[in-house]
Design a protein around this ligand. Structure first.
Ligand code: NDP
Ligand code: MG
Length: 384
């Protein structure tokens, strides 16, 4: 039996993780979870799973949830803010922490969980983008597993099992290409938010869906792969594979390629990460090859989808450049979703932030937070 704490239980990943816990009651207990704004969903989770703790990070959700808990004599203890996130990330009675908040807000609780020697099921890729080196070092020091939930990294993790690391030639990350695959810059000038939110294969939270449309998601994943699998950027290749059947692959030095295939359903990698090292009965629909007419592959268009190129540049530059890129992306996606900037402004503003801001400061947690704040302010001064 594993006791689980979910940081960000109300989102797309969190909800699907709860489905695994619901269907595998003999394996998991939901000990704690966090919610930001969606207190109604928090009430449903409390009533279904009776966890010991819930943390709320948005004051506007904290008050009504507190009122509900008091009125209904709820036993679940209510916590608030970053302290609350850090508490549920490091509880004695928790074995594994799933970090499924969106954005670099996940960094601090993830580090707290690692220091408390909890295994991590990591969906929150921004954490590795800004602080991959610190997080992986801390994980090694504390002997904890970082189990990737992101489907590509989960696939690579599976493809690496039972093989020698020194035999690895390269990692091949597959990308669906997003809703605008095949379009050129001119055709992207006036795309609407609703169009960008229509992902062809995956149903996900808004931020990652926009990241998929700009291909920044793949860029974040390149940096995530660098840290998770301790490899050079030269050995990470991105291939567009619109059907999303192959979730990613690795090539070994003899030319053999091992791939992981499956349905485009995030419950598959979540189930694998939560149960590692065991495999459980399928919850997702199994692949039926008679229904797959073709699997196709193409090169990503780095001129149109500049974000992917910028991510390689940020990763290779190192230092605090990935923090600048990530912060700029978080702000720009938010501004785009609120109709304040256009789709192509996202990559242009990220590029400008990377050109303008210094990135050679030492990589410490404090400097990462300072640079994150500085970048957000830089863009707000520019755009508002
Ligand atoms: P969602 O937007 O669906 O969910 C985000 C979660 O984070 C919600 O629980 C939300 O709470 C919480 N949250 C939002 N803002 C804050 C904040 N300021 N402080 C604390 N908590 C906050 O995102 P996804 O589930 O799609 O993605 C989560 C992470 O997983 C991202 O890093 C994403 O890149 C990664 N990922 C997602 C995949 C997917 O299929 N969705 C696939 C691979 C990786 P509330 O809803 O209560 O406001
Ligand atoms: Mg992914």
């Amino acid at each position: 039996m594993k006791n689980i704490s979910i940081i960000g239980a109300t989102g797309s990943i969190g909800t699907q993780a709860l489905d695994i816990i619901r269907q595998e009651k003999d394996s998991f207990i939901l000990m704690a979870f966090s919610v930001h704004s969606n207190y109604k969903k928090a009430i449903e989770i409390i009533n279904e799973f009776s966890p010991k703790y819930v943390t709320v990070t948005d004051i506007n959700a904290y008050e009504p949830l507190k009122e509900y808990c008091n009125k209904n004599n709820i036993k679940t203890e209510l916590l608030y803010g970053m302290d609350g996130l850090n508490t549920i990330a490091s509880l004695n009675e928790v074995d594994m922490v799933l970090t499924s908040v969106v954005g670099m807000i996940g960094l601090e609780p993830t580090l707290k969980a690692i220091k408390a020697k909890k295994d991590i099921a990591l969906a929150n890729k921004e954490t590795l983008v800004v602080a991959g080196e610190l997080v992986m070092k801390e994980a090694q020091k504390n002997g904890v597993h970082i189990l990737p939930v992101d489907s590509e990294h989960n696939a690579i993790f599976q493809c690496l099992q039972g093989n020698k690391r020194e035999d690895l030639d390269k990692i091949i990350l597959t990308a669906s290409g997003g809703p605008f695959r095949g379009r050129k810059l001119l055709e992207l000038q006036d795309v609407k938010v609703e169009e960008a939110l229509k992902h062809p294969n995956w149903s996900m939270g808004k931020k990652i869906t926009i990241d998929s449309a700009t291909l920044m998601n793949k860029g974040l994943e390149v940096i995530e792969a660098k840290w998770l699998f301790d490899t050079d950027y030269e050995n990470i290749e991105v291939v567009v594979h619109p059907q999303s059947v192959i979730h990613s692959m690795v090539q070994y030095k003899d030319g053999s390629i091992i791939a992981e295939l499956g349905s485009a359903d995030m419950r598959l990698p979540i189930q694998y990460a939560l149960n590692y090292p065991f495999r459980k009965k399928a919850i997702v629909e199994k692949l039926d090859f008679s229904k797959i007419s073709s699997l196709t592959f193409e090169k990503p268009d780095l001129e149109t989808f500049k974000c992917l190129k910028l991510a390689y540049e940020a990763g290779k530059a190192g230092g605090l450049m990935p923090t600048i890129m990530n912060a700029a992306n978080e702000v720009c996606v938010d501004l785009f979703l609120r109709g304040r900037i256009k789709f192509l402004d996202i990559s242009n503003i990220i590029e400008e932030s990377m050109d303008e801001l210094s990135y050679n400061e030492e990589i410490t947690l404090e400097n990462i937070f300072i640079k994150d704040k500085e970048t957000r302010q830089f863009i707000i001064n520019k755009c508002l």
